[in-house]
Ligand binder design. Structure first.
Ligand SMILES: [Fe+2]
Ligand SMILES: [Fe+2]
Length: 135
């Protein structure tokens, strides 16, 4: 079984966002695979950086949609994104220093954060975007 598997029920209904969410899950799956099979951690670290970069692109996309839809909770949502980037950068730093059990800690954090954010905070803007006719 995969560490984090995409299910269609996770879809928001806006194609660009759903593709990106799926892309984020794919990178996390690659992280999980390399945690299990890789010995030197180089690929894991490269994938982690890729995840951060892709997450920044995704957050910018989402924030653009929310702005265009004049979504009422844009600021709160943006703050959650900012806190995540700060947290994940601390984990990148710990990973670089090869802190004990850091890979597992990172994977658990990512899984919990993305599931809670996509199923909760992201789901909350769904209606505002639908009402604007975004698909
Ligand atoms: Fe999202
Ligand atoms: Fe979000």
């Amino acid at each position: 079984m995969q560490f984090l598997e995409w299910e269609d029920t996770y879809n928001i209904g806006v194609k660009e966002i759903d593709i990106q969410h799926r892309g984020l899950f794919d990178i996390i799956s690659k992280l999980s695979t390399s945690q299990r099979y890789e010995t030197d951690g180089k690929y894991f670290f490269a994938m982690l950086i890729q995840l951060v970069d892709y997450t920044k692109i995704h957050f910018a996309t989402e924030e653009r949609y929310m702005r265009e839809a004049q979504y009422a909770k844009l600021i709160e949502h943006q703050q959650e994104h900012t806190v995540f980037i700060t947290e994940v950068m601390k984990l990148v730093h710990d990973c670089e220093k090869k802190e004990p059990d850091i890979q597992q800690k990172i994977l658990n954090y990512l899984k919990d954060w993305y599931m809670a954010h996509i199923m909760g905070t992201d789901r909350d803007y769904q209606k505002a975007l639908m009402d604007k006719g975004f698909t």
